[in-house]
Design a protein around this ligand. Structure first.
Ligand code: ADP
Length: 163
């Protein structure tokens, strides 16, 4: 059975992330979305909020589940019996970072493969940060954030002075 884990911050989940999840769900028997505690990032939404948000968006996919994780990504994958890591690539800038992450993970555990899925053109500019910046100023985030959580994101961000 091919179990893939899709790790990330998902602060919050965007339509770009969701598209990667949907495509991965067709490629693998099971997809585990892992919301990781990332010491490099100051998140807008708590870990619990991000998990609930993703759960609302992935209800329709029967082979997708959501977990939280901390520590090394490869250790969590091993614990969950996932031997594939999914990552999304939007542009060359992503590639450089993702390549170093994937190579590091390969050195840490040679049995876990990273699979890159290329972002759809309509989502290749999209990041959680961009959506949040637009929401702060009351802009329309309808084509960036899944409708299940759009209201929550707008309410949290509107008129905030920082992310
Ligand atoms: P991280 O903090 O681990 O980079 P993110 O939530 O920012 O977490 O991203 C998780 C993964 O999803 C990364 O591989 C990132 O490149 C990818 N990703 C982010 N936004 C998009 C998008 N719009 N389309 C496709 N992949 C994306």
């Amino acid at each position: 059975m091919a179990i893939a884990m899709y790790p990330g911050s998902f602060d919050p989940i965007t339509k770009g992330h969701l598209d990667i999840i949907e495509r991965a769900s067709k490629m693998f028997d099971e997809v585990i979305v892992a919301v990781m505690v990332n010491p490099r990032k100051n998140c807008t939404f708590t870990l619990e909020e991000r998990i609930t948000q993703i759960q609302k968006c992935v209800k329709k996919y029967s082979n997708v589940k959501v977990v939280s994780g901390s520590g090394l990504t490869v250790d969590l994958a091993k614990k969950l019996n996932a031997n594939i890591l999914i990552r999304g690539i939007r542009a060359v800038a992503d590639y450089e970072y993702e390549l170093s992450q994937a190579t590091t993970n390969m050195m840490l555990n040679k049995d876990i493969e990273t699979v890159f899925l290329v972002a759809k053109p309509e989502f290749s500019f999209l990041s959680s940060s961009i959506a949040k910046e637009i929401a702060i100023f009351g802009g329309d985030i309808g084509n960036m954030i899944p409708k299940e959580i759009e209201e929550e994101v707008n309410e949290r961000l509107l008129n905030k002075t920082s992310l």
